[in-house]
Design a binder for this molecule. Structure first.
Ligand code: NAP
Length: 253
């Protein structure tokens, strides 16, 4: 039985990788999904087409996060399309997935790059939530996609890990704040996940990433999407403020 029939969902960064898999999975469960993207219009439209071809419901929403007007652009388009496809602007499920990755050793971090990483990975999710709150009903769901990297040292990833550490704070504090409305707010932390990037086709790189997981493999995006679909469902109604390690045992050391 589909678990999200009649629900609506926004998945940021759903034109590819983990976000795409989450969008497809939520649609399989019956949700009407807003497939948000930044720059890759064709890729996002393909995701929408694939969801529709599989019998699901979806539409695309473009907005560049990290820019001053990004949130406004996102919500104007989202609200108009929710109204058109669902007859109201109600948003049951928000998945903050869009994110920038990148490495720089502490000696090499530029202020400009640091600000951009923070703006997209930490500031944008907070303000997306702020703007979404009037659309999210009681018993809604907010799921923030962090990274296992907040739990172990990788010096060249310090900026990225800082942004995700900040994102995790949103889950903690907003979970307490929104508990009275039974809106749950949780963090999902993937480990190395094959997002289709060329990096995963380089055998030595893939082997090095694989051995980090207790399972000796990198994840497929669908395994992360399964965890998100669970947290979005009624079955997870008593889980809030949680850090859900979906790293395939990477954090076991
Ligand atoms: P990805 O393949 O690089 O895709 C990123 C998505 O985010 C794209 O849809 C992109 O849209 C969107 N995006 C990025 N910056 C944006 C911006 N400024 N404005 C609007 N949209 C933006 O990412 P992924 O590997 O699937 O990762 C998804 C999430 O999981 C990220 O938060 C990442 O930090 C986290 N994560 C990934 C891994 C991994 O190994 N892949 C591991 C741990 C955590 P366009 O392409 O259309 O611009």
């Amino acid at each position: 039985m589909p678990k999200l029939t009649d629900r609506t969902a926004l998945v940021t960064g759903a034109s590819r990788g983990i976000g795409r898999a989450i969008a497809e999975r939520l649609a399989q469960e019956g949700a009407l999904v807003a497939v948000h993207y930044g720059t890759r219009t064709e890729a996002a439209e393909q995701v929408v087409a694939d969801i529709r071809a599989a019998g699901g419901r979806a539409f695309a929403v473009q907005a560049e996060l990290g820019l001053a007007d990004g949130i406004d652009i996102l919500f104007k388009s989202l609200e108009a399309q929710l109204e058109e496809h669902a007859g109201s602007t109600r948003l049951d499920i928000l998945v903050n997935n869009a994110g920038l990755m990148g490495t720089a050793l502490p000696e090499d971090i530029s202020g400009e790059w640091f600000d951009r990483m923070m703006a997209v990975n930490a500031k944008a999710p907070l303000f997306v939530i702020q703007r979404a709150l009037s659309l999210i009903p009681d018993h809604g769901r907010i799921i923030n996609i962090s990274s296992g990297l907040t739990r172990f040292a990788a010096p060249e990833q310090v900026t990225y890990a800082m942004t995700k550490g900040a994102l995790e704070q949103i889950s903690l504090h907003l979970a307490r704040h929104l508990g009275k409305r039974r809106i749950t707010v949780n963090t999902v932390a993937p480990g190395s996940t094959d997002n289709g990037s060329e990096l995963f086709r380089v055998p030595e790189v893939r082997a090095a990433m694989s051995q980090l997981s207790a399972f000796g493999e990198v994840a497929e995006p669908t395994v992360i999407a399964d965890v998100v679909a669970f947290l979005a469902s009624a079955d997870a109604r008593w889980i809030t403020g949680a850090f859900v390690d979906a790293s395939g045992g990477t954090l076991l050391g």
